[in-house]
Structure formats: structure tokens, C-alpha cells
Design a protein around this ligand. Structure first.
Ligand code: GRF
Length: 205
């Protein structure tokens, strides 16, 4: 099976991208990261990419320029999969449409709870604690129109502890993100994710 070419979109530390890199390097994922595109020039994820010898692109702030650079980069790299790993920017509708069922995001809650506009980073975990939820977790999903709306691929739940802070909850969830994102990518690279409407099934399970 041909190795899948993966473009990763980042904004911050890049620990999720690193987990996928580690899976590739361990021979568990039939993929290769061909470009890392960042919404921020200061993202530590860019350092991780450069240390791994992967091309990096800092995306322009202007939405029209950002779309043009994104499409040019993805075309040039021949990306089979776009991976949003801690990406806080907006992907334009044209890019979402072009990479329908080939663009995957990870979100640090159990979608459809605590997701959508304004729910990112610590805001997610603050809302979970404020609501008094007893479980939270993380979700990988295909990217569709809107924020965090696409078909769900994989989820993992974690308990919310009585003395949790947004930071302790985030850390507990991040451990699971580093498990389900590489597993999601592994399955995608084996063409084992089947999508029918909102339902994603894993072929051969
Ligand atoms: C993670 O919780 C991710 O779900 C969220 O940003 C956090 C940091 O991700 N989108 P990373 O370390 O930059 O991969």
C-alpha cells in the first residue's frame, strides 16, 4: 500500500504532531509528514518539524492569502491527508471541500459537548469544570463546514476529578489524545476508515 503523504496544521506546542511522528518513526503508521503549516511563527511545533527535517510554512494572517498559500502548499506536497493537530486557525470552505474526508481534527472534549466557536485550549476544560461534568475526553473527527462539526472517528473518555483544575484535566486528556490521534492516522493510512453520512466505521474490525 502506498505511503500516505500527510500535511500537519499546527498553532502551538505540537505534542499531538509529535505523537504521530513517533508512530511513523516506530513503523506503526504507513505515512510520511511532508509539510507542517503553522498559523503562528512562534509555534514550538515548527521547531519539532525542523528538527525532524520536515518543511515548514508559516501561514499568512490575511484569509485570502492564507487560503492561497494553503492550497499551493497542499498541491505541491501532494498531501493525501490534512491533519489539524492543535490548530487554532480557520480552514477556508474551499480547502475543507477539496479535502472532504481527507482532513482530520482532534478536539479535547467529547464532541458534541464543549465544542464549536470559542471552545479551544483551556476554555474547553474551564467550561467542563464550570458545568460540573463527571467525564470529559477527546475526539478525532473529519473536518466539515463549521467548527468541530464533522463525522466522529474516535473518542476516549476520562474521569473529571473533584479537585481538577483546567490544567490537570487538560493533562489527563492530552495523554489520551496522544493515543487516539496516532491510531486514527494509522487507520486512515491503511484506508480502513469508511464514512457514510455522519457514521464512520473501521473496516476489518
Ligand atoms: C491539545 O489539547 C489539542 O487538543 C488542542 O491543543 C492542545 C495542544 O496541542 N487543540 P499540541 O500540543 O499543540 O498538539
Amino acid at each position: 500500500m502506498q505511503i500516505k503523504r500527510i500535511a500537519v496544521f499546527v498553532s502551538g506546542g505540537g505534542s499531538n504532531m509529535q505523537a504521530v511522528m513517533d508512530g511513523i518513526n516506530a513503523g506503526r503508521i504507513n505515512g510520511r509528514i511532508v509539510s507542517v503549516l503553522s498559523s503562528s511563527p512562534n509555534a514550538y511545533a515548527l521547531i519539532r518539524a525542523r528538527e525532524a527535517g520536515v518543511e515548514t510554512v508559516v501561514l499568512p494572517k490575511d484569509p485570502v492569502q492564507r487560503e492561497a498559500v494553503t492550497l499551493e502548499t497542499l498541491d505541491r506536497c501532494g498531501a493525501d491527508l490534512c491533519l489539524l493537530a492543535g490548530y487554532l486557525g480557520i480552514i477556508s470552505p474551499a480547502v475543507v471541500k477539496k479535502y472532504n474526508n481527507r482532513m482530520i481534527n482532534i478536539h479535547p472534549s467529547l464532541i458534541p459537548s464543549f465544542c464549536g466557536k470559542g471552545y479551544y485550549g483551556h476554555f474547553v476544560h474551564e467550561a467542563v469544570l464550570d458545568y460540573g461534568a463527571k467525564v470529559s475526553g477527546c475526539t478525532t473527527h473529519f473536518v466539515a463546514e463549521g467548527i468541530d462539526t464533522g463525522a466522529i472517528i474516535m473518542q476516549k473518555a476520562v474521569p473529571v476529578m473533584p479537585d481538577d483544575t483546567p490544567e490537570t484535566l487538560a493533562a489527563r486528556i492530552l495523554v489520551q489524545e496522544h493515543i487516539i490521534l496516532p491510531e486514527t492516522v494509522r487507520l486512515f493510512c491503511l484506508d480502513r476508515l469508511a464514512v457514510s453520512g455522519r457514521k464512520v466505521t473501521i473496516k476489518g474490525e
